[in-house]
Write a protein that binds this ligand. Structure first.
Ligand code: SF4
Length: 401
């Protein structure tokens, strides 16, 4: 684990709200973007005193930046310049930093792209979700397969080879054949990174609410059943593996040496600072870990007075202070998300023998149930365990609570 900081910047503006979306994002008037970027600049400029007030360690060197959202590809070129100007004033950005842009296909103007490339952007994550046009359009995406393929070629023509494609399994109307088609097209593009997400059905999206209410709007009546989704996800893991795109985390697959360095920080418990709407941070403070997040309401976020004493990070959101046992739990749950699993000797070094010993019995049971596998050094989820990860985590939570 290195000691550099990861930076996440949320840009919550979208051209249209996808029906399955449960992020803090929305369709806001374009004029609000200027105010938002100014607010971001203020938040970044005041990060050092705010970290000091929390007695948090804020590494000065940044080796990953992730522009997410929302649709950060909608930023204007001048807004990109202003954002990176603010980041460079506060932080040392490593020469080999990974700088990722989340991009909706067809929503990245040339001028913005050039400003991003000048700012060091070297990785793009495309929110494709499905290469089957009827499926992507049914959930409100505004692109076609052709547009996605053109965008991938366009980015490559500028030398950006680090490209990710997001796909969702479980979209309304999806079938075993159409899912296979989406995954095959993604493989055929040759991109080095693919993320597979299972449709999240919850109260935070229009589609999720409709499914929960057994309604039919937004195609809710045509959402595949849970067993099919699990089966298709498992099949896709095998297709990707067969194509040399190996799973390294529950939702993430990459060719050799193409993992997302930024996202790996989350699972490795490396420090990161989040700026913007709903952005989360994790910083160390002596032996403790501090976790906190910005407001998820745009008006509340914009109200924050970045020039005053301790805005946002210190006051509004509660700061969660995580001690040794909480960190131990996080090390297990986050570590098990990775296919590399959890190293028991590393756990012993960091947390001591007594805590680690408490895991033996539940892990033995999970091994017998075929959900976890072990060797002398590591414990990791099996393929079945990855599909039932919530069950595994809840069984371990009972033990560590
Ligand atoms: S899924 Fe992405 S593009 Fe769609 S509404 Fe949510 S944040 Fe915006």
């Amino acid at each position: 684990m290195n000691d550099c900081l990861g930076v996440y910047v949320s840009v919550p503006f979208c051209r249209a709200k996808c029906t399955y979306c449960n992020f803090a994002s929305g369709v806001f008037a374009a004029e609000r973007m200027d105010g938002y970027v100014a607010r971001l600049g203020g938040e970044i400029a005041s990060v050092q005193p705010r970290a000091q007030a929390l007695r948090a360690e804020l590494p000065r060197t940044v080796d990953t930046i992730y522009l997410g959202g929302g649709t950060p590809s909608l930023l204007a070129a001048t807004q990109v310049q202003s954002l990176f100007g603010a980041l460079r004033s506060e932080f040392e950005i490593a020469a080999d930093a990974e700088i990722t842009l989340e991009c909706a296909p067809g929503q990245l103007e040339d001028e913005t792209l050039h400003a991003l490339l000048r700012s060091g952007m070297n990785r793009v994550s495309f929110g494709v979700q499905s290469f089957v046009d009827s499926e992507s359009q049914a959930v409100g995406r505004l692109h076609t397969r052709e547009a996605c393929l053109r965008e991938i070629a366009r980015l490559r023509s500028y030398g950006t080879e680090e490209i990710n494609v997001d796909l969702i399994v479980g979209l309304p109307g999806q079938t075993a054949a159409s899912w296979r088609e989406s995954v095959e097209v993604a493989i055929t593009t040759g991109v080095p990174h693919i993320s597979l997400y299972m449709l999240e059905v919850d109260e935070d999206s229009r589609l999720g609410r409709e499914v929960l209410a057994a309604g039919i709007r937004y195609g809710a009546g045509r959402v595949p059943d849970e067993d099919s989704i699990a089966e298709w996800y498992g099949a896709a893991c095998e297709w990707l593996e067969g194509a040399g795109i190996r799973q390294y985390e529950i939702s993430n697959f990459a060719r050799e040496r193409h993992r997302s360095r930024h996202n790996v920080k989350y699972w490795d418990r490396a420090p990161y600072a989040g700026f913007g709407l709903d952005a989360a941070s994790m910083l160390r403070s002596g032996d403790d870990v501090l976790r906190f997040a910005n407001p998820s309401e745009l008006d509340v976020y914009l109200e924050g007075d970045s020039g005053s004493a301790l805005p946002m990070l210190a006051e509004r959101p509660p700061v969660e202070r995580i001690g040794r046992e909480g960190q131990f739990e996080e090390a297990i749950f986050l570590g098990l998300r990775m296919n590399d699993g959890v190293s028991f000797s590393a756990l012993r070094r960091e947390f001591g023998e007594a805590l680690v010993r408490g895991l033996n019995d539940p892990l033995d049971e999970l091994c017998e149930a075929g959900l976890v596998e072990r060797d002398a050094e590591r414990r990791r989820l099996t393929a079945r365990g990855r599909m039932a990860s919530n069950e595994v985590f809840s069984r371990l939570l009972v033990v560590s609570a």
